[in-house]
Design a protein around this ligand. Structure first.
Ligand code: PLP
Length: 393
């Protein structure tokens, strides 16, 4: 099948078990696929936009209700949809960070958090992680004190990733937020790897902002995401426009500058909405996902020389392993070099690993069935055995 203009239909998740770390949680549900087709046209959600004209007020399709549902689900007060988690970071940073302001993030923070700070003229200050690649409340307090000494004031904002993208480790956001709030620093919870994957309760975590990624973790098309805030912060981040045209005297009502008025206007939003009931259900069964991850980890760790670089036992399905002393030892002499590994897995119906990577790599078992997890486990063991790698006794 072709889409025209040289575009072939993508058949990755149809033909393979895809364990790409960033793709597993974004795979569309059948309902989202229908929504993409039905709402693919430009501005298609605007058919029934009535006064006051703003995306989050539209009731057909039930966009207004969706906003309320997401806020309740995350236990926050106000929600807006955004074109990716990064645009949520940007709106918050732009509201609180001014030129020269220090901003707190961590040494495992995602590049999009850095860029959001850069755009405002802020200065990044990273909380160092401990030997286990974890961000601790103690290190947070120490870093804030350091920033105070350096800048004469505390950071304007803190970005804390609940589960980081490098190790998939889970950091104690609740305790970290408590420390930051002790200094009156607003806290943004980066839920790119958690919102839509496991239960998230913003009030319990004690954070000011919860950001989620639709295309990474909510089975939604890209670019999509959510920004949920407390009532106190809503008036700041979602302040309405005050600008006036000098010739026409025009004003723009309740449009919000940080949202550029309206955000997701078609397939992205309706896709996110269509998957939402499935997402709400799936977060309740994260334990099953961890069980499937454990099936695969047990197999990998049974191969002599393989180590898990992420915290272990796993608290998230996105995992970083080191196979320098196992799969990588085959690469040099193999006629396909390092590509033998992804190629052998491909033959067994597995995709999503960086081709050629045999040393340190990440995978995500999220969304696999138990049967698929067992197939993954068998496949890793089989590739090891085919290449003469020893298994642990
Ligand atoms: C993927 C990721 C992002 C970016 O998410 P988008 O929705 O693509 O903007 C931000 N932070 C972390 C930790 C991520 O893993």
């Amino acid at each position: 099948m072709r889409c025209g203009n040289g575009i072939e239909a993508r058949q990755v998740d149809e033909l393979f078990i895809n364990i790409d770390p960033i793709q597993a949680g974004g795979r569309l549900t059948a309902d989202a696929m229908k929504a993409v087709i039905a709402y693919g046209d430009g501005y298609s959600v605007c058919d029934n936009c009535r006064k006051p004209n703003r995306l989050d007020y539209i009731s057909k399709p039930p966009i207004a209700e969706f906003h309320k549902d997401v806020a309740a689900w995350l236990n926050m007060d106000t929600v807006r949809t955004v074109p990716g988690a990064r645009r949520g970071f940007q709106a918050v940073a732009h509201t609180y960070v001014h030129k020269g302001d220090p901003v707190l993030l961590t040494s495992l923070s995602h590049y999009t958090e850095f860029l959001a700070i850069e755009e405002t003229g802020g200065i990044a200050r990273e909380i160092p992680v401990d030997a286990d690649h974890k961000v601790t409340p103690e290190a947070t307090a120490t870093k804030i004190e350091e920033v105070k000494r350096e800048f004469g004031r505390v950071p304007a904002l803190a970005f804390i990733d609940h589960v980081d993208y490098q190790y998939g480790n889970m950091h104690d956001v609740k305790a970290i937020a408590k420390v930051a709030h002790g200094y009156d620093i607003p806290v943004l919870y980066n839920g790119a790897y958690t919102v839509g994957i496991l239960p998230v309760d913003g009030k319990d975590l004690g954070v000011d902002f919860v950001v989620g990624s639709g295309h990474k973790s909510m089975a939604a098309p890209a670019p999509s995401g959510v920004l949920a805030v407390t009532a106190e912060r809503a008036a700041e981040v979602f302040r309405t426009t005050t600008i006036v045209g000098d010739v026409t005297n025009r004003k723009f009502g309740i449009k919000e500058p940080e949202m550029m008025g309206c955000t997701l206007m078609g397939a992205t939003l309706v896709g996110l909405m269509a998957s939402f009931p499935h997402v709400k259900e799936r977060v309740k069964h994260f334990d099953r996902e961890l069980e499937n991850n454990a099936i695969v980890m047990d197999a990998l760790l049974a191969i002599e020389g393989t180590t898990c670089l992420s915290e272990y036992p796993r608290k998230h399905t996105m995992t970083r392993v080191d196979t320098t002393a196992s799969f990588d030892t085959i690469a040099e002499a193999h006629r396909k070099r390092g590509f033998y590994f992804s190629s052998a897995l491909g033959e067994k119906g597995i995709t999503g690993l960086i081709p050629g990577a045999t040393k340190i790599w990440k995978f995500n078992t999220y969304g696999t069935t138990k049967k698929q997890a067992m197939h993954l486990a068998d496949a890793f063991i089989a590739v090891a055995c085919e290449n003469g790698l020893p298994l642990k006794k």
